[in-house]
Ligand binder design. Structure first.
Ligand code: CO
Length: 137
């Protein structure tokens, strides 16, 4: 697998409405996209920082992954996403190296990316996402 850059950092927040002004008014970043990902029970807001994005995640369902995360750990960094050229090949590669997978095959994430998660038990406590932009292939 070849990782080209950190695609985004996912940050769990209780409310996009109250978190977005910090990123815009304090850090001076611009929110360029707000999108609900029904499948993942989240609403997301995106900011660009160079080649990397900040992805704010607000839960839309207390039973979803972000809802549970905030309930037990509070707001904060939820995952780091690495851009790679082929998610399926990367998954096969890391599985072969003994890494536990959350997703055995890529699925659709926000912004049309193909994404898959590696289990934090295998990644020193950091929920790790691999993603690829099918539009860039
Ligand atoms: Co993500």
């Amino acid at each position: 697998m070849e990782i080209t850059h950190i695609e985004h950092i996912g940050i769990a927040v209780r409310s996009l409405e109250t978190a977005i002004p910090f990123y815009e008014n304090v850090l001076g970043l611009k929110c360029y996209n707000v999108e609900e990902v029904v499948d993942q029970k989240v609403k997301t807001a995106f900011f660009k920082v160079g080649q990397t994005k900040i992805e704010l995640l607000e839960s839309t369902d207390p039973e979803g992954a972000i809802g549970k995360f905030i309930e037990t750990r509070g707001e904060g960094i939820h995952h780091i996403a690495y851009a790679t050229d082929g998610v399926q090949a990367a998954l096969d590669d890391v599985a072969e190296k003994g890494v536990r997978l959350v997703d055995k095959a890529p699925r659709k994430g926000a912004e049309g990316l193909n994404i898959a998660f590696l289990h934090p038990k295998s990644t020193f406590g950091v929920l790790t996402e691999l993603c690829e932009d099918p539009a860039k292939k």
